[in-house]
Design a protein around this ligand. Structure first.
Ligand SMILES: [Zn+2]
Length: 417
């Protein structure tokens, strides 16, 4: 396992405390703000660990998004309305991607947070930005509740700073379609997505390898902890290791958890925490993002415990009163009151879901490995063999990263397995 040189950082902002998405939208629930409050209530967020997210400027956004789309989103937010032509062209002001006060500021703060996280991870550490993970945003339009594509912007920042081999892993319940498409032709980026089959956006089939550096793992409903463990041990970690990534960008959508109203995967948060820990260990630098997640209780528990895991803290069996208070007043239109488990506000860790591994998961594994061996992943293996020792291969070319990021050179050089 490679070690990071510097302690993890948490990137956040108070803008997420403001109402957003209007009424009757699945994202009109408290998420990141409760994670920050719960981390603070548990004493897990020291002043030096927290970095406020800057707002991405137009030039930063234009690294991925078209100037026309950026301008249209800004104008619609300023005017509080969007005309039919702009709605059709940019998919904003719709039920799916509603217009609401502060939209442009919120979306560009989210984008700026992931760009900052990329800069911070280049110092040789984990940068955690749970507000990020808007993986459906297209260069020229909104999609799937996502306006800007902050994972793509983080990846581009890392490439611009000299990273030459990057691994993107997406554990959200929905296929990371826009990130896959953005980098399908880029020989420096490999992508892996685990998502529920038959869900919107209905892409990411097992035979879809994009340019050859993509591995899609569409899983059946009820996907459980042992099944994730099998795909992790047999596919995700071995293929990720072949890339010998200099940086990992990981999307941790909380809709992969049991109890999410918009998906029917059945993972426990404890399994996802350990999966995230193993995935970020593949590289000396990592950006860890949030994503979907529509049950405010399970989102808050997952992402708070994820920060604890990434920052090396012990998760208690039961929460103290100050931490339980963070869950007070939570409600969600998509979840019936009788379905709210009392454990959701008294504990952090789920009971593991140790149902058996189904045959179709083994078939999926075999198919993924077969396709990887005939695609660019085998080239990645040769590349890794040529680049031994791995630690030396983690170094961006001299002069390719700014002076302030000297640490990654040291962090990479001294990375140990
Ligand atoms: Zn999702």
């Amino acid at each position: 396992m490679k070690t990071k040189r510097l302690p993890p950082v948490f990137v956040g902002h108070d803008i997420y405390r403001q109402p957003a998405y209007g009424n009757n939208h699945p994202l009109a629930i408290p998420r990141v703000e409760r994670v920050i409050d719960l981390c603070r209530a548990l004493g897990w967020l020291q002043r030096e660990e927290f970095r406020p997210s800057p707002r991405a400027g137009a030039a930063e956004l234009a690294r991925f998004h078209t100037p026309e789309y950026i301008a249209a989103l800004r104008q619609a937010t300023q005017e509080g309305k969007v005309d039919a032509q702009a709605r059709a062209r940019f998919a904003i002001g719709t039920m799916e991607n509603p217009l609401f006060p502060g939209l442009f500021e919120r979306a560009s703060t989210c984008a700026g947070g992931s760009i900052l996280a990329a800069d911070l991870c280049l110092e040789g550490r984990i940068a955690y930005h749970p507000a990020g993970g808007t993986h459906h945003g297209r260069a020229d339009r909104a999609s799937g509740f996502c306006y800007f594509n902050d994972p793509a912007l983080a990846i581009l920042r890392l490439l611009d700073r000299g990273i030459e081999r990057l691994l993107y892993v997406d554990l959200d319940a929905h296929h990371g379609d826009a990130v896959q498409d953005a980098f399908a032709a880029d020989p420096q980026v490999w992508t892996i997505s685990v998502h529920e089959q038959g869900r919107w956006p209905y892409t990411g089939s097992a035979i879809d390898t994009a340019g050859g550096r993509t591995c899609n793992l569409p899983v059946p409903s009820g996907f459980n902890d042992r099944e994730l463990g099998l795909l992790l041990d047999d596919v995700i970690l071995p293929l990720g290791g072949r890339v010998a990534p200099q940086a990992v960008v990981l999307v941790c959508g909380a809709d992969a958890l049991a109890g999410d109203p918009l998906s029917s995967m059945a993972l426990s948060n404890v399994r996802l925490w350990s999966a995230a820990r193993a995935i970020v260990a593949l590289a000396p630098a990592a950006v860890v993002l949030g994503g979907g997640g529509y049950n405010p209780w399970t989102v808050t528990r997952y992402w708070t415990g994820l920060w604890a895991t990434l920052s090396g803290r012990q998760i208690p069996d039961t929460l103290p009163p100050a931490a339980r208070a963070v869950f007070e007043g939570l409600e969600c239109d998509l979840i019936d009151a009788e379905d709210v488990s009392p454990r959701w506000s008294t504990t952090l860790a789920d009971t593991p879901n140790e149902a058996p591994v189904r045959r179709e998961i083994e078939v999926l594994r075999d198919e993924a490995l077969r396709r990887a061996d005939t695609g660019c992943w085998s080239a990645a293996r040769r590349l890794m063999a040529d680049a031994a020792p791995i630690a030396a291969a983690t170094l961006p070319a001299a002069g390719a990263i700014p002076a302030g990021a000297d640490a990654i050179r040291e962090g990479g050089r001294h990375a140990v397995d």
